[in-house]
Design a binder for this molecule. Structure first.
Ligand SMILES: CNC(=O)c1c(C)[nH]c(/C=C2\C(=O)Nc3ccc(Cl)cc32)c1C
Length: 281
């Protein structure tokens, strides 16, 4: 039977993305902790509502240990709200995790970087090679990567595609609220988004895990776009003494020409990733 709102008790809001609030809830029947995402579709057009349903169905179809589990959805048509029930990730998001290191001025150990990065690649590989057709993430960033546990061992890719659904004016406005540091060159010059755009964002993510700042930064959108289109990929911090492998993989993913960027499959075969990945089997 479909879930209903009264089966859950709200505990607290844990996050707030461009799509809506993430609230920690407790299932009354067994005390299980979950989250739901509240999506207010009051201002959505018919096409966007159809796309939202399609995206939630994509979420339902994805089952992978490194993608946040979708459990159920609750439609409150009276208040035009959709609640998407998902797995509770007690360790919070990677954005908070990296900001702690930045504040303490310490770099992440290289093997921790490989362990986190490998899980994200495995999750993205599942999307890019999904049996029902390619699923693009479209919103890879530290704020959309979550730790299942407070020991930061297991990493989960947050939901995705919804940002594409909510390409209404609200979301676009929201998107321009947060600076899209990870936008690929092809997005900047409007030549379309594809898997290789996700790989660019993955490169920005790996760079930021190493340097604790994004590879391209600027005072405003225009200057950021110009940098993304022209600048070389900056070097990783020498003080961190990261390996040549790490430098090479970041440079490979941040190739301006998307044909020269690796696929998830090529990244999974990259030696240090393979070693972590083999160990995890
Ligand atoms: C301060 N907030 C947190 O520590 C936090 C915690 C404990 N959980 C979360 C977020 C999620 C969480 O716990 N499960 C999720 C499933 C999907 C999405 Cl998009 C987000 C989450 C956050 C942001």
């Amino acid at each position: 039977a479909p879930a209903t709102l009264d089966q859950f008790e709200r505990i607290e809001e844990v996050g707030h993305g461009s799509f809506g609030r993430i609230v920690k809830v407790r299932r009354r029947s067994d005390g299980q902790q979950l989250v739901w995402k509240e999506i207010d579709y009051k201002n959505m057009g018919r096409r966007e509502k159809q796309q939202l349903v399609a995206e939630v169905n994509i979420l339902r179809a994805l089952r992978h240990s490194n993608i946040v589990r979708y459990f159920d959805r609750i439609l409150d048509s009276e208040h035009c709200r959709l609640y998407v029930l998902m797995e509770f990730c007690e360790g919070g998001d990677l954005k908070m995790f990296l900001s702690k290191y930045r504040k303490e001025r310490t770099f992440l150990d290289e093997d921790l970087i490989w362990r986190i990065f490998t899980q994200i690649v495995l999750a993205l590989h599942e999307c890019h090679t999904h049996k029902d057709g390619i699923i693009l993430h479209r919103d890879l960033k530290p704020g959309n990567i979550f730790f299942l546990d407070p020991s930061h061992t297991t990493v989960k890719l947050g939901d995705f595609g919804l940002s594409r659904t909510l390409e209404s004016s609200a979301t676009l406005a929201q998107t321009f609220l947060g600076t899209p540091y990870y936008m690929s060159p092809e997005q900047v010059d409007h030549s379309g988004y594809n898997q290789k755009s996700d790989i660019w964002s993955l490169g920005c993510l790996l760079f930021e895990m190493c340097s604790l700042v994004p590879p391209f930064d600027a005072a405003d959108q225009k200057q950021l776009n110009a940098k993304i289109l022209t600048a070389q990929c900056p070097a990783l911090p020498a003080a961190a003494q990261y390996s040549a492998d790490l430098h090479n993989l970041v440079r490979w993913m941040l190739q301006r020409n998307q044909d020269q960027r690796p696929t998830t499959d090529q990244i999974l075969r990259f030696r240090p990733v393979r070693l972590v990945y083999r160990e995890r089997r």
